[in-house]
Ligand binder design. Structure first.
Ligand code: 5GP
Length: 175
């Protein structure tokens, strides 16, 4: 028999919408007149990205990068690789990375180093959620939605074994 994990709501859809509004206001202010290129990190950021860009009043372009470090497990393997790279030229662009969650910081650190090699004019980092207590590599998050506790979270694009991405709220998986 397959046991379903217990989910407990952590961040409601209303709280998420308010945070996305706040982040969009900050980004709208900071990116006026810039050559914005938003880079979403697949798959987890796609719901956040879709909501965020519709609140941005900027002439922006989009691209996506796909990385792998997590398998079916809930722990990072610590080894990150690019599965799908950026096709849009980044030289001279004001690049904003859009990520679902920062945990140890290994993925974000790897990604920022990879993107710096493409010589953007500026490079900033936006994360919907952050688990600061788990950090192993320091990461500066320029735009942050929520700090979350050291629990595995799902919903609003975040998965567990590819499930729960469609939930409109963010939940903690109870062990
Ligand atoms: P890090 O490299 O910072 O340890 O992990 C970042 C990546 O791990 C995120 O992009 C996400 O894919 C995954 N991750 C870390 N914590 C969680 C979590 O609580 N829930 C989900 N769904 N993914 C997580």
């Amino acid at each position: 028999m397959v046991t379903q994990p217990q989910l407990r709501i952590l961040i409601s859809r209303d709280e998420i919408a308010k945070a996305v509004d706040r982040l969009a206001r900050e980004i709208n202010k900071d990116y006026q007149g810039k050559q914005s290129l938003l880079i979403g990190v697949l798959k987890g950021s796609f719901v956040f990205m879709a909501d965020l860009i519709r609140r941005l009043d900027l002439p922006l372009e989009l691209d996506f990068v796909r990385l792998s470090s997590y398998g079916a497990a809930r722990e990072s393997s610590g080894k990150v690789r690019v599965v799908q790279g950026i096709k849009t030229p980044m030289k001279g662009r004001d690049v904003l990375v859009v990520e679902d969650i920062v945990d140890t910081g290994i993925t974000a650190s790897f990604l920022l180093d990879y993107l710096k090699t493409k010589k953007p004019a500026s490079l900033k980092f936006c994360a919907l959620t952050d688990k600061p207590s788990r950090r192993r590599i320091p990461i500066s998050i320029d735009y942050l939605g929520f700090a979350v506790p050291d629990k595995f979270v799902v919903g609003y694009g975040l998965d567990c074994d590819e499930k729960f991405r469609n939930l409109p709220d963010i939940y903690v998986i109870e062990d």
